[in-house]
Ligand binder design. Structure first.
Ligand code: NAD
Length: 341
């Protein structure tokens, strides 16, 4: 049976969702919603979707849906997720999950009470190179990991495609660091403490564009998560996340250009872990675009098999808590303990 979905929010990033949905057999976007009629018409025409709504409340009343994909910015997520819960429609919500922990928790509660699955579109851990690093860790080849560095440093102009990123009081941890913190959790497990420092280098934006974070993981491992949109490099790495993992028996280095070097008792192995360039993808975004397809495939599989998505709303509360704690640490200069509350 084909699963019928609706997409709310026809903005900059939603084109990737819509392309990816077209690649997933057994699922189809049957309706679109955006409060901006011009954007609605543009995407409706481009993707051949005739059912169009400027009001999400109308969409939920009139359409029979198996899921909804919310691709608006964070300020509207709670309203839309609660609306979906009220209509018992399984929900995907883009990151950042919410503007506050209170909203994020309320959304998880609303979906649990309605008995519907909720997945946050936290796609970075679904990137091919990140999955490759995780596979090596899980294989045991490098022994027990005791250190990781997860790093995203770039000077790419993200502001022209997403002008709102220059306007918020918070920027890099909330928008990008959230992904990189999630990758650190994915690779080394949950964190118990975080220490963060932030800087603003670009005077034309409001929020911080550099963040350096130190995490204590419950496993005993330590990680450094560092993000910058103020780093000019010989070859622009956007949007690559670089990873170093040291283990008791070896190490992993995921370097620029998607090369992964694994050093283990078996020797040194270099593997090309570059993402596929999907037919609708464009460089340098193809790494992210491929992960959109991967996470949406995961959602459909989970929906069919009634399994909890790995990036469920519930799981994402832990990533979200790291973001909130990072800002608190940067603001106070203190290390924040995540284990008591
Ligand atoms: P955008 O501003 O370009 O698009 C948002 C769209 O939602 C707009 O067209 C707006 O009119 C519409 N909208 C807002 N409120 C609405 C409502 N109540 N009902 C109907 N439509 C509504 O934003 P964007 O850059 O596409 O970002 C959207 C989300 O995607 C953000 O949360 C952003 O952080 C996230 N994002 C994720 C990734 C990723 O890799 N996961 C990458 C880029 C952006």
């Amino acid at each position: 049976m084909e699963l019928r979905g609706a997409l709310i929010g026809c903005g900059f990033f939603a084109a990737n969702h819509l392309h990816a949905w077209q690649d997933i057999p057994g699922a189809r976007i049957v309706a679109l919603c955006d409060r901006d009629p011009a954007r609605l018409a543009d995407y409706g025409d481009k993707f051949g979707i005739q059912s169009r709504y400027t009001d999400a409340a109308d969409l939920f009343v009139r359409e029979k849906l198996d899921f909804v994909d919310i691709a608006t910015t964070a300020g509207t997520h709670r309203l839309l997720v609660e609306m979906a819960a009220q209509h018992r429609v399984p929900t995907i919500c883009q990151k950042p999950f919410a503007p506050s922990m209170e909203d994020a928790e309320a959304m998880v509660r609303a979906c649990e009470a309605a008995g519907i699955p909720l997945m946050v579109h936290e796609n970075f851990r679904w990137q091919t190179p990140i999955q490759a690093v995780a596979d090596v860790i899980r294989s045991g080849r490098i022994g027990k990991p005791f250190f990781a560095r997860v790093s995203f440093r770039s000077a790419y102009d993200v502001f022209s495609g997403q002008p709102y990123l220059a306007e918020g009081e918070r920027f890099i941890i909330e928008d990008l660091g959230i992904h990189i913190l999630d990758v650190a959790r994915f690779l080394l497990g949950d964190a118990s403490r975080i220490t963060a420092r932030t800087q603003r280098v670009n005077p034309a934006i409001r929020g911080e564009d550099v963040a350096t974070m130190l995490l204590d993981h419950a496993s005993g491992a330590t990680s450094v998560v560092d993000c910058s949109y103020a780093t000019r490099l010989a070859t622009e790495p956007f949007p690559e996340t670089l990873v170093e993992v040291d283990g008791s028996d070896g190490s992993i280095r995921l370097g620029q250009g998607y090369q992964m070097v694994v050093t283990s008792p078996q020797g040194v192995e270099t593997t090309d872990v570059a993402p596929a360039l999907l037919p609708w993808a464009t460089r340098p975004w193809h790494n992210i675009q491929e992960s959109v397809l991967a996470i949406q495939n995961h959602w459909i599989e989970c929906l069919r098999q009634r399994q909890e998505p790995t990036t469920s709303g519930h799981d994402n509360l832990k990533t979200f808590a790291l973001v909130e704690a990072a800002y608190r640490s940067a603001g106070t200069g203190q290390t924040i303990d995540l284990t008591n509350g």
